[in-house]
Design a protein around this ligand. Structure first.
Ligand SMILES: *[C@@H]1O[C@H](CO)[C@@H](O)[C@H](O)[C@H]1NC(C)=O
Ligand SMILES: *[C@@H]1O[C@H](CO)[C@@H](O)[C@H](O)[C@H]1NC(C)=O
Ligand SMILES: *[C@@H]1O[C@H](CO)[C@@H](O)[C@H](O)[C@H]1NC(C)=O
Ligand SMILES: *[C@@H]1O[C@H](CO)[C@@H](O)[C@H](O)[C@H]1NC(C)=O
Ligand SMILES: *[C@@H]1O[C@H](CO)[C@@H](O)[C@H](O)[C@H]1NC(C)=O
Ligand SMILES: *[C@@H]1O[C@H](CO)[C@@H](O)[C@H](O)[C@H]1NC(C)=O
Ligand SMILES: *[C@@H]1O[C@H](CO)[C@@H](O)[C@H](O)[C@H]1NC(C)=O
Ligand SMILES: [Fe+2]
Ligand SMILES: [Fe+2]
Length: 492
């Protein structure tokens, strides 16, 4: 189907793509000839993190009053998750985790301009980030609350307050609009999709662009707070491994997550955000635990979508079925994720959700040198399944640049393959991707391309097409429709 049957407004850095019939041809007019927009060197400023002392990052509430309030969707319009944090985090030695049972998790809600008559209770938890190494500091979070509202009407403005009424600690009133019903003519009018956000001055321009464009939904395709660019003592760096080559474990400064939650509250307490994990969410800690902050801080409709993991799930937004896949957990055919994906795809009714959109963090089809063919084992394992079920579009992050593919399957132009869009530079401090693997001297040595955490090596040389026998093309590949290093943000 053509891109013109839905208006998906994709926030890409400062660039807004209004995908509507009047402005942009549909993919039915493609495949398009490859275009490269060269980098405007004047945009190569360093992205600088908001400092830990920035007023926007400070705790402004007292006692057990809610902060870091945010929303996530459940699987359908009739249910929404509300999340928030009460109490202060602790960091240092001899930290003593708060007892989550000491503060209740209640949301009172109702339709806008009517009485607040509904109530929903949820659950609460704390998590810790522990480093059993001399000189490193441990962290334990405030109390994180997640409450699921049910029985909501479609496309309806609601008001809500969250907190614990018995502690006289209810939040002010916030508002959100539910998704429209799922159907072939029913869509949210604007969806912001952004990756690799971080918390820099350039992130603030991305977030301001999102806010001023009034999205109905925000999809974050991984790499969120970049708390892992810091040591546990709060010292950060644009390049962790350059500045701190000798740390006993890859450290994090978990308060950056709290800062991110505070900074984002004005937007995501009224616009639902759906997050899928990136490599910066791995955050290895004691006992080899990973993804603990990510899994604890956000609410995911995992259970509602039949998934047993926070690392992959699905949901509907009007006539779009979103599939959120985990690249940093087993994706092989005998693993749980693959089996869940098979079941999920089989249950999609395209008469109800004609659009099938998938997201995960590291792209399969990117022509930049950075992370070139890094997720190839995942592609080899899962591409057929997505293709066979007719996935329309894929969004990825990770590569700090913009790229849009032609419809492609197994590296071959195919009118039934998805369009892949990389939007991996929401403002974080990492190096932006500039060079392309098809430029002379820029093709990486194949053995250097796999990601340690993903494992495996599947990026064998092409056996057919213009790059047969080689690892890289010698010109912009025909599957790459448009690539552009971002104008907003980024460290060099
Ligand atoms: C942090 O927690 C680990 C695991 O419990 C412990 O071994 C370590 O001593 C703690 N560090 C500090 C500074 O308290
Ligand atoms: C944090 O630790 C690093 C490495 O040991 C050190 O260079 C830096 O000065 C420390 N920062 C603070 C705020 O103590
Ligand atoms: C953590 O993983 C490492 C490397 O895989 C392994 O050697 C170690 O035994 C594991 N530790 C625990 C506590 O599971
Ligand atoms: C697939 O993943 C499962 C679960 O993680 C693992 O036990 C199995 O060894 C993997 N199989 C292959 C072929 O990698
Ligand atoms: C994908 O392409 C490769 C190389 O041309 C080929 O070996 C492989 O069989 C193809 N896979 C499928 C599923 O068609
Ligand atoms: C793969 O291609 C690269 C050049 O892109 C070449 O150096 C290498 O020898 C090739 N490997 C094989 C096994 O053909
Ligand atoms: C990114 O933010 C810095 C301020 O930290 C600013 O100087 C620079 O112009 C911004 N970059 C872009 C491309 O907006
Ligand atoms: Fe990443
Ligand atoms: Fe990133």
């Amino acid at each position: 189907m053509g891109l013109n049957s839905v208006r998906l407004n994709i926030i890409i850095l400062s660039l807004l793509f209004y995908v509507s019939s009047a402005e942009i041809p549909t993919t039915l007019d493609g495949p398009f000839k490859p275009v490269t927009i060269p980098l405007d060197q004047s945009f190569r400023g360093n992205a600088v993190d908001l400092p830990n002392t920035d007023p926007l990052l400070q705790r402004k509430v007292e006692g057990f009053y809610p902060e870091q309030i945010s929303l996530s969707l459940s699987t359908n319009y009739d249910s929404v998750w509300v999340s928030w944090i009460t109490g202060e985090f602790q960091i240092g030695e001899n930290i003593d985790p708060l007892d989550p049972d000491t503060v209740g998790s209640l949301v009172q809600y109702g339709e806008f301009q009517k009485l607040i008559t509904e109530e929903a209770w949820g659950y609460s938890l704390v998590y810790s980030q522990l480093y059993p190494f001399e000189g490193l500091q441990n962290y334990t979070s405030g109390i994180i609350h997640h409450v699921r509202l049910t029985g909501l009407k479609p496309n309806t403005l609601y008001q809500y307050q969250c907190g614990d009424p018995y502690l006289a600690a209810m939040s002010g009133v916030h508002y959100f609009r539910t998704m429209p019903v799922s159907g072939p003519k029913s869509y949210p009018s604007r969806i912001a999709v952004v990756g690799d956000l971080g918390l820099t001055y350039n992130t603030t321009s991305t977030v301001n662009h999102m806010t001023s464009n009034h999205p109905d939904l925000i999809v974050l395709v991984g790499d969120v707070s970049y708390a892992d660019m810091y040591l546990t003592n709060g010292t950060g760096s644009d390049c962790y491994k350059c500045s701190f080559p000798d740390t006993p474990i890859h450290e994090t400064y978990q308060p950056r997550w709290d800062y991110w939650g505070r900074y984002m509250q004005p937007l995501i307490s009224s616009v639902p955000k759906m997050v899928i994990e990136g490599d910066h969410e791995i955050e290895l800690q004691a006992e080899n635990m990973t993804f603990v902050a990510y899994s604890s801080r956000f609410a995911f409709p995992s259970e509602e979508s039949g998934s047993s993991s926070t690392l992959y799930y699905s949901f509907n937004a009007g006539g779009i079925h979103f599939i959120m896949l985990g690249a940093y957990i087993s994706y092989n055919k005998s693993g749980d994720q693959y089996k869940w994906l098979e079941r999920d795809l089989a249950s999609v009714d395209r008469a109800v959700t004609p659009w099938l959109v998938a997201t995960w963090h590291p792209p399969w089809y990117s022509t930049y040198t950075a992370h070139y063919r890094e997720a190839e084992c995942m592609r080899v394992e899962m591409e057929d399944l997505l293709y066979n079920y007719g996935v329309d579009m894929v969004f990825n992050g990770h590569v700090d640049a913009y790229e849009r593919s032609n419809r492609v399957y197994n590296y071959t132009l195919d009118p039934c393959g998805p369009v892949y869009i990389t939007i991996g530079d929401g403002g974080n401090t990492e190096t932006m991707a500039i060079t392309h693997a098809d430029e002379p001297g820029n093709c990486p040595e194949p053995s250097t391309t796999p990601d340690d955490f993903m494992g495996g090596f599947c990026a064998f040389n092409f056996t057919s097409g213009p790059a047969a026998g080689r690892f890289c093309w010698d010109r912009q590949p025909d599957y790459s429709a448009l690539r552009e290093t971002p104008k907003v943000s980024s460290g060099a």
